[in-house]
Design a protein around this ligand. Structure first.
Ligand SMILES: NC(=O)c1ccc[n+]([C@@H]2O[C@H](COP(=O)([O-])OP(=O)(O)OC[C@H]3O[C@@H](n4cnc5c(N)ncnc54)[C@H](O)[C@@H]3O)[C@@H](O)[C@H]2O)c1
Length: 446
């Protein structure tokens, strides 16, 4: 391996301050040694659509490597960054990360390749910004957690709404008792990423390397229209509408009610939708997660999800009564002992109106974010792995909750899930849905 300026400095610095550290691979290889004002050296895996948005958020740093399995997308991005080295296979890019002298990796591929790209980066001690949901399966989350514990570097999941002002104000309002004690939250999304079907005889676009695109997924002939974007409709690559939007929307109650802390006790998960299909995600889904009281005298809490046009009965009922389209306008409704709070990415509304009139919001207490991508970039600069608010510890728990909804739907049974052991209790068939083995050559490091 070529010794880069930074690995040399890191080794020298470690040697001088910690002579007892073994000089083998167990010593951290990476340190945030870029001088003030020196741009970070980043690799971007995936270059079009959401990936292009992410590239634009970090382009003021130095994009030194670009990777895409679609040569047309790659060529378009490379034209903007002529200095960047280009790759089709992210495994090859990450194999030469030291030579590239990388400071971080941005992963914006379809969900089924998030885990391996992130795992290889973490294994190399590289900070990662990875799109949501962090992984496609619960087992992949366990692997990423283990790797991050070994290499705690700055990470951030692509839930950029978390950095916005409204989510902060909602969290403060809920915690300040705007609606009393919160007993439930309904979340919804009108999109429908379902009905994925195989299309025998379809031919992949000539610019697409279908073999590489499939990555860890089971091999099958090209599916018409699956690339770009429609992979969300297939279990092999995505997780339907809940997988697509759950991390953005459920993020709000997850944050406001500190559900990460409540994921220390078993959770009851239930989901229903159209008959389960082995290939495609459903056109609609309803799911619920029931949390036990987390302290003596505390309330139980239920989180519910509705997509594909399904509606929360409460939201439907009060919408009809008040003649307000709460369903169309918002995506979250918190239920409390003293009222309800509707929210979306940019606004909130207390219900009923009398509660809104009686309530004085607390003065803002949470500082504004410096920006979702910047949280990650500045954490790399300052070497603070826990600084990004949607880093691995938070992102793995949020993704886990979201994915469990799809597992309960596919298992077609109410589940009792132990978040500490990451196991479904008493249902081996459902437990098997928490993970699957990747294709040969694409398995996760342990
Ligand atoms: N944060 C957000 O608001 C937001 C919005 C949209 C999508 N996303 C997420 O971003 C990711 C991408 O979604 P999209 O809609 O842009 O998908 P897409 O299919 O439209 O684009 C994926 C890009 O990655 C490339 N790609 C695919 N497989 C690759 C591989 N193995 N290696 C390198 N490049 C590869 C594709 O060619 C394309 O450039 C998903 O995880 C999605 O959930 C997030």
């Amino acid at each position: 391996m070529q010794t880069t300026r930074r690995t040399f400095i890191a080794a020298a610095t470690l040697g001088s301050i910690a002579p007892w550290l073994p000089s083998c691979a167990s010593a951290p290889r990476r340190r945030p040694l870029r001088a003030q004002g020196e741009p970070l050296r980043l690799a971007c895996i995936g270059t079009a659509n959401r990936a292009w948005d992410n590239i634009n958020e970090v382009r003021h740093e130095r994009i030194v490597a670009l990777c895409d399995v679609d040569s047309a997308y790659l060529a378009r991005a490379a034209a903007e960054f002529p200095q960047a080295r280009t790759f089709r296979d992210f495994r090859e890019l990450l194999a030469v990360e030291a030579e590239l002298d990388l400071d971080g990796v941005v992963v914006s591929t379809p969900d089924h390749t998030h885990a391996l790209a992130t795992a290889l980066a973490l294994q190399a001690g590289l900070p990662v910004y990875c799109e949501k949901p962090l992984t496609r399966t619960v087992h992949e989350l366990a692997v990423l957690r283990r790797l991050w514990q070994r290499h705690p570097v700055p990470t951030q999941m692509g839930t950029q709404i978390h950095a916005g002002e409204n989510y902060r104000r909602v969290v403060e309002a809920i915690r300040a008792g705007a609606i009393g004690r919160v007993t439930a939250a309904d979340c919804w999304q009108q999109k429908s990423w379902g009905d994925g079907r195989l299309t025998p005889g379809a031919i992949a676009p000539p610019t697409l390397d279908w073999e590489l695109w499939q990555g860890p997924a089971p091999r099958q002939p090209y599916i018409e229209g699956v690339h770009p974007a429609n992979w969300r409709r297939y279990w092999a690559y995505g997780s339907g509408t809940l997988g697509d939007m759950g991390c953005h929307i459920i993020d709000l109650p997850f944050w406001a009610l500190d559900l990460q802390q409540r994921m220390r006790r078993p959770i009851e998960v239930f989901a229903e939708g159209p008959p389960v299909d082995a290939v495609g995600a459903p056109a609609w889904l309803e799911a619920s997660w029931a949390f036990e009281p987390d302290a003596p005298g505390a309330d139980p809490f239920v989180l519910r999800w509705f997509d594909g046009g399904r509606m929360s009965p409460f939201v439907q009922e009060v919408g009809a009564k008040d003649r307000v389209d709460y369903h169309g306008r918002f995506s979250v409704c918190f239920h409390g002992t003293e009222g309800a709070l509707f929210a979306n990415y940019g606004e909130m509304l207390l219900w009923p109106g009398s509660r809104a009139q009686a309530w004085t919001p607390p003065a803002p207490s949470m500082p504004p974010s410096i920006g979702h991508h910047r949280e990650w970039l500045e954490a790399i600069r300052s070497g603070q792995p826990n600084a990004p608010l949607c880093g691995l510890p938070y992102a793995t728990a949020l993704t886990e909750l979201v994915l469990l909804g799809t597992v309960a739907y596919r298992a077609h049974a109410p589940l009792r899930y132990d978040p500490v052991r990451m196991r479904v209790l008493g249902n081996d068939a459902a437990d098997a849905l928490l993970g699957d083995q990747g294709a040969a050559g694409w398995r996760l490091p342990r």
